[in-house]
Write a protein that binds this ligand. Structure first.
Ligand SMILES: Cc1ncc(COP(=O)(O)O)c(C=O)c1O
Length: 445
């Protein structure tokens, strides 16, 4: 039996047994028993069929799905190139490392150069700065948007500042209007970490199209998934070449694993002081990594990408629904605010317990978790307070008061496309119950 016939037979069986219908049914909600997930992947028969095709083809790296995904994701992201990698963290590492490449001549970042960022967020937005011997300069944040406080960036810039690297927090774009002005004025590189922000726009333009480089994650919690995966996007052919090289062991050759001699001079180049004609496949222009993803991941990601527009619009719809629900609790919480001019595709729903609220975040989080409503912190809170960051070379520009406020008061709950009305009603019921308990406690006191 050939591959296509076998695939069809398996898929017919999967359909007949209603395997993916069952998954839909299994997600039916029993209040107090089923978890209200902070995130949930949404997979179907198409992802399954693509993975099956990879298994049957026995081409597990750098073949058709990777090529198709890189092409389609670049188009979706409105950039010339997208390079598929094994995680969003790897994408960040590659994006920043690319700016240290000798191929950038006098525009390269060198050890000791500074990169503006924030301390409140996911560690691997900041880690590549440290890992490349550069100095993170931490600027305070805004508690309403959970992004950098742009009014403080100019004061943080020194002669050594060469780049800005920031995430669009939980899908909420940072103030790109102001940051682009600063970028132009001080001639800085911009890396946009869009790992939580697939489909968010600023003044009608997709995030990830503003900086020289942008990154994406396909971890299962994110807007679309590949199991694990990520991408680096750029319009620059030179940066794309550098990233490909760094991703693929540092090699100079850009042939896919199943191809040879794409350059047409595999055995007729002079490279460094190697003997003339040394096989281009084994010429290394960078001290690289291997951060490639597999065909299995690309197969899943390609099927997911087709669903991205519907996932994104459902996230926006769910955000409005959740905002309507939480508005009655505004005396207790700072509610999330979209950055002016932006249309976020939210990753989750953040709430910041007001400093004057009659309860601590921990009380509420424990209550929600005890009722199976999953919560998550704003990632690392304030990274410089994390044990692993003690003594890192960094510059802290002004007090990080709002960052600490986010560390102390912010958490998020789920807002994924599979969330149903009964889950919203359950969240509301539990928040009301928590507030009632508070009031009755206050009356007793
Ligand atoms: C803003 C941000 N950047 C980077 C990452 C890292 O992505 P990954 O888990 O794919 O390595 C995450 C992870 O969730 C994230 O939230």
């Amino acid at each position: 039996m050939n591959q296509d016939a076998l695939r069809k037979k398996i898929m017919d069986l999967v359909e007949r047994e209603g395997f993916f219908d069952d998954l839909e049914k299994k997600s039916s909600f029993l209040p107090g028993e089923s978890p209200v997930y902070f995130a949930l992947q949404n997979l179907g028969a198409e992802e399954f069929e693509n993975v099956l095709q990879v298994l049957l083809s026995q081409r597990f790296v750098g073949a058709g799905f990777t090529e198709a995904f890189e092409r389609d994701f670049a188009a979706f992201s409105q950039r010339n190139s997208s390079l598929f990698v094994n995680s969003g963290s790897s994408a960040n590492l590659l994006a920043l490392s690319a700016l240290t490449s000798n191929l950038l001549n006098d525009r390269l970042l060198q050890p000791g150069d500074e990169v503006i960022t924030v301390a409140g967020g996911f560690p691997t937005t900041v880690n590549p700065i440290i890992q490349n011997g550069l100095i993170p300069v931490f600027v305070d944040m805004n508690v309403n948007t959970l992004n950098v406080d742009v009014s403080q960036i100019k004061g943080a810039i020194s002669k050594k500042t060469k780049a800005v690297m920031l995430a669009h927090t939980l899908g909420n774009p940072f103030d790109l209007g102001e940051i682009m002005k600063i970028k132009e004025k001080y001639d800085l590189y911009l890396i946009e970490d869009c790992c939580d922000a697939l489909g968010s726009t600023y003044r009608g333009k997709m995030v990830g199209t503003f900086g020289e480089l942008s990154t994406m994650s396909f971890y299962p919690a994110h807007h679309i998934t590949a199991g694990e995966g990520g991408a680096v996007m750029t319009d620059s052919p030179l940066l794309a070449r550098i990233i490909r090289s760094l991703r693929d062991w540092g090699r100079d050759c850009w042939c896919e694993p199943w191809k040879d001699n794409s350059c047409g001079c595999r055995f007729s180049r002079q490279s460094g002081t190697l003997p003339f004609g040394y096989d281009h496949k084994y010429v290394y222009s960078h001290i690289g990594y291997n951060l490639k993803a597999t065909e299995f991941q690309a197969a899943i990601a390609l099927a997911q990408l087709k669903k991205a527009p519907s996932f994104i619009s459902r996230r926006k719809e769910k955000f409005s629904k959740m905002s309507a629900l939480t508005s009655q609790f505004e005396e207790f919480f700072v509610l999330p605010e979209a950055t002016p001019g932006s249309d976020p595709s939210w990753f989750a729903y953040p709430l910041t317990v007001r400093e004057e609220a009659p309860f601590a975040r921990g009380d509420l989080v424990r209550f929600l978790e005890s009722h199976k409503i999953m919560t998550r912190m704003m990632f690392g809170g304030n990274l410089i307070r994390q044990p692993g960051y003690a003594g890192i070379p960094c510059r802290i520009s002004g007090p990080l008061e709002q960052t600490d406020r986010i560390m102390n008061g912010t958490f998020f709950i789920g807002l994924h496309p599979l969330m149903k009305d009964d889950q919203f009603a359950y969240i509301e019921e539990k928040l009301l119950e928590f507030c009632r308990t508070l009031r009755s406690r206050e009356n007793h006191d």
